[in-house]
Design a protein around this ligand. Structure first.
Ligand SMILES: C[S@@+](CC[C@H](N)C(=O)[O-])C[C@H]1O[C@@H](n2cnc3c(N)ncnc32)[C@H](O)[C@@H]1O
Length: 175
């Protein structure tokens, strides 16, 4: 059986949520694959990451696009610096082939989800990776945040992993 990649699924979900007029935030641009995908489909992408190397990798991968603003900044600042967006994409965890100690942290992630919820704008699509220690804390914290709100969220989990290892996609609308 050919295994479907979680990112392929995330991208096909995103295709249904965006259009050529969309303004979308890539909250964790990493090596730039999601920013590249989004830039080819929407009007404007705001790409955030806290690591300079991630921003540089993303800039290199997306050098043929002029519809991207790069932010060397934590996703906690999204609602402070961006007034309007149609959606926010989070691919959580650490930079592939990078420093694994620099990973998204559950407190900051949930804090940001609360801010986005309060803003009542657009969709959120998250890919969470409970297969590592902080990733598990993060996924549990996200689930708990969602269950305390009236958000109607969708969850996708791939079947061919043990329960705690499977990456998970959550997505919902805040408006
Ligand atoms: C799994 S990688 C993202 C992969 C990326 N979307 C891609 O397509 O290559 C996770 C990224 O989140 C970044 N990150 C960690 N904490 C962050 C924060 N508070 N704000 C923004 N980015 C953060 C890491 O530096 C890392 O590059």
């Amino acid at each position: 059986m050919k295994k479907t990649n979680i990112i392929t699924i995330a991208h096909s979900l995103l295709e249904k949520l965006i259009n050529e007029n969309s303004v979308v935030i890539d909250a964790t641009c990493g090596n730039g694959h999601d920013t590249l995908f989004l830039a080819s489909k929407v009007k404007h992408v705001h790409a955030f990451d806290i690591q300079e190397i991630a921003l540089n990798n993303t800039k290199l991968l997306t050098k043929d696009y002029n519809n991207i603003t790069y932010h060397l900044s934590s996703f906690e600042n999204i609602t402070k610096v961006i007034n309007y967006y149609d959606g926010v994409v989070f691919n959580l965890g650490y930079l592939p082939n990078g420093d694994q100690s620099i990973t998204t942290q559950h407190e900051k992630t949930v804090q940001t989800l609360k801010q986005l919820y309060k803003n009542r704008l657009g969709f959120v699509l998250l890919v969470a990776y409970p297969g590592h220690k902080e990733g598990l804390l993060e996924q549990v914290a996200i689930q708990s945040f969602l269950d305390k709100t009236n958000i109607k969220y969708e969850v996708i989990r791939l079947p061919y992993f043990t329960k705690n290892e499977a990456p998970i996609i959550y997505y919902w609308h805040n408006n």
